[in-house]
Design a protein around this ligand. Structure first.
Ligand SMILES: NC(=O)c1ccc[n+]([C@@H]2O[C@H](COP(=O)([O-])OP(=O)(O)OC[C@H]3O[C@@H](n4cnc5c(N)ncnc54)[C@H](O)[C@@H]3O)[C@@H](O)[C@H]2O)c1
Length: 293
């Protein structure tokens, strides 16, 4: 690079809407996109959901995301909003566009995990409403604002590829089953959305992470899910079990590994990449499934 030459980022001048940006992967995506030149419209629920056995982000977490984006010399409009409420997302996007001028990238990725619950149907509705309807709400709130060249990215999970539980276990783990169902259905929704949007030169892709080192994974819920043989498993108990998901010898990947995939799909480098189900899974699929093109 010549002295005085301005280094352009990979998403320079674009505006990205990121759901679940208060912490974890959402924060990482917001910061990574900002690092590469994007301004950010960030939303997060910023409070817990009744009956969920682990905590979600707080208002301070969302403020920290805003601080980290601003540290990259980019602008951010950060709004407390619930992805289950489309009107709240529409309002957040409108506020964002009023300040930042437009919308080019959607990262619909807020999500929760259920758990073996004493109220299984509640776990079912919470997870489907957040992980499936929340993604659809984010996309539909954004669609009227997207132009040719825009990119929509949803976060699935390698859980979308997994077998559901045998019928006799249905009803005992609605949280886990609804997670797989939501991720599978959002993958199918995004596939058909990509077909619908391609003639308008708008792209739609899904990123499927394996275990990611966030508060969702590092939670008692997940420790119990990976070590059902123990009553109160700790991180130390669960870590060796986390390796089972990947072919590469790692217990998890880091949020930035997912952000780098999101960044690629968001950028013009991927201008002809659409309808993809992109696994970032350290070879997990190779370990568990037969070859499919
Ligand atoms: N961590 C993993 O191992 C893993 C693996 C595969 C897929 N995923 C998926 O990645 C995505 C991000 O998860 P994460 O690992 O960063 O977890 P996380 O719990 O750290 O972050 C999720 C964020 O979403 C927010 N959120 C939850 N419900 C919301 C709602 N109704 N409205 C707005 N915001 C809401 C939370 O407050 C939190 O900030 C999720 O869709 C998750 O299913 C995670």
């Amino acid at each position: 690079m010549e002295l005085g030459e301005v280094q352009m980022g990979r998403v320079q001048g674009k505006v990205a809407f990121v759901t679940g940006a208060g912490r974890g992967q959402g924060r990482s995506h917001a910061v990574r996109l900002a690092e590469e030149g994007a301004d950010i419209i960030a939303v997060d629920l910023c409070h817990d959901i009744d009956g969920l056995a682990y905590s979600l982000a707080t208002p301070d977490d969302l403020k920290e995301t805003a601080r980290l984006v601003e540290e990259k010399d980019r602008r951010i409009v950060a709004v407390q909003a619930d992805v289950r409420e489309r009107a709240q997302l529409q309002e957040a996007i409108e506020r964002g566009i009023a300040e930042l001028g437009k919308l080019d990238i959607v990262v619909a990725q807020a999500g929760i995990i259920g758990q073996k619950s004493s109220v299984p149907m509640q776990a079912w509705t919470d997870v489907i409403d957040t992980n499936l309807l929340g993604v659809i709400n984010a996309v539909h709130a954004a669609l009227p604002h997207l132009q040719a060249g825009a990119s929509v990215i949803a976060t699935g999970s390698t859980a979308a590829y997994m077998q559901t539980l045998p019928m006799q276990q249905v009803g005992t783990d609605s949280g886990g089953i609804s997670y797989m169902v939501a991720k599978r259905m959002l993958s199918s929704y995004m596939h058909d959305l990509a077909r619908e949007l391609a003639p308008r030169q708008i792209r739609a892709n899904v990123v499927h992470p394996t275990n990611v080192n966030t508060d969702m994974l590092q939670s008692d819920v997940m420790y119990r899910s990976f070590r059902p043989d123990l009553e109160h498993p700790t991180r130390e108990d669960a870590t060796p079990a986390f390796y089972v998901q990947q072919a590469m010898p790692v217990p998890w990947v880091e949020p930035v590994d997912i952000s780098n995939a999101v960044l690629f799909l968001a950028s013009d480098e991927a201008r002809y990449v659409t309808g993809m189900q992109l696994r970032v899974d350290a070879g997990g699929y190779l370990k568990w499934y037969d070859f499919h093109l």
